[in-house]
Design a protein around this ligand. Structure first.
Ligand code: NAD
Length: 298
């Protein structure tokens, strides 16, 4: 049995910690949001009132927070992770953050003699609940090996991507592909329906044809086709639009700094911005389907 500290018990952190508890581990969790704490407590997490309390006798300290600024803020300061960490603990960030934040946390940890691995995930909340997330790791080889053990109850596959921040580099490229695929599924689904196809029949055809993708299989934005779609639940977020916008922005920033043109990613960004402008940033990102039929309510 290992002791985990977990900071960030939202859509992903909630089910991920439930799997750790189910595997027999002890998890002390901290989140600013009461509702997130209640859900995590139902999954067996011991809710505590500070980062320091969560880290008391922890072997591994996970962060699963929205953006780079949140990760920086929980690492820094008198009551932050760096202040309470010991060199025995393994610090693991599974949030999707910008490359600069990831490098900053790697460097700040190394300067303090602390052990840090970047370990973002893919698989959505359905993968988090099933314990089948793909983890991509960046850091020193021995630390990645240790991290793999702590990650095992939450993961279907853990891959060492390379040196520091290579996990996050892989995640940014992967999510850019995901959101471009999501646009393809949204546009395909609406055109198919307008051409007179039965939505379920078309989804089945795409599933065995070249239109298949993870987004098409898991997030198809039409109600009552697949169980895992937010479309079944009035687009309540499984992956918030503002987080999707963040991720596509990370890819566009990386494209700019490396000189790679990313026209499809830029288009996906515009769709997410449109939703955010309509006050729908907290809804599921598959709601991009809404603006494809401007004259109708989805
Ligand atoms: P979320 O918004 O549901 O959860 C984040 C949680 O962090 C919230 O409960 C919030 O209260 C908490 N939080 C924020 N600041 C905090 C602080 N200072 N101290 C303690 N808690 C704090 O987001 P999520 O969907 O769980 O995503 C988390 C990360 O995982 C993001 O970086 C996201 O991009 C990434 N991700 C999400 C998915 C998905 O499908 N939702 C999939 C893969 C990766």
């Amino acid at each position: 049995m290992s002791n985990y500290a977990w900071i960030g018990l939202g859509n992903m952190g909630g089910p991920m910690t439930a799997n750790l508890v189910a595997a027999g581990h002890a998890v002390k969790g901290f989140d600013l949001n009461e509702q997130a704490c209640e859900v995590a407590a139902q999954g067996g997490v011991e809710i505590v009132g500070s980062i320091a309390e969560a880290m008391d006798s922890a072997d591994a300290v996970f962060t699963m927070l929205p953006k780079g600024q949140h990760v920086r803020s929980v690492y820094e300061g008198e009551s932050g992770i760096w202040a309470s960490a010991t060199e025995q603990m393994l610090l693991i960030d599974s949030s999707t953050v910008d490359i600069e934040t990831s490098r900053y946390i790697h460097e700040g940890s190394a300067q303090r003699g602390l052990n840090f691995v970047d370990a973002p995930v893919s698989g959505g909340i359905s993968g988090a609940a099933a314990g089948t997330l793909a983890f991509m790791l960046g850091g020193e080889a021995t630390l990645m090996e240790r991290a793999t053990e702590y990650i095992a109850p939450m993961s279907g596959r853990t891959i060492a991507a390379g040196a520091a921040s290579m996990g996050i580099a892989a995640k940014i490229c992967n999510n850019m592909m995901l959101f471009i695929d999501l646009m393809a599924s949204a546009e395909g689904s609406q055109l198919a329906e307008k051409l007179g196809l039965d939505p379920k029949v078309f989804w089945e055809i795409a599933s065995v044809s070249s239109g298949r993708s993870w987004a098409q299989q898991t997030w198809y934005p039409v109600p009552d086709i697949i169980d895992t779609a937010a479309a079944n639940n009035n687009f309540e977020a499984t992956f918030r639009t503002d987080l999707a916008r963040k991720d596509i922005g990370l890819a566009l920033d990386a494209g700019e700094s490396t000189g790679v043109r990313l026209p499809a990613a830029a288009l996906a960004k515009d769709h997410f911005d449109e939703l955010i402008g309509q006050g729908l940033g907290d809804k599921d990102c598959s709601l991009i389907v809404k603006n494809l039929l401007p004259d109708e309510k989805v």
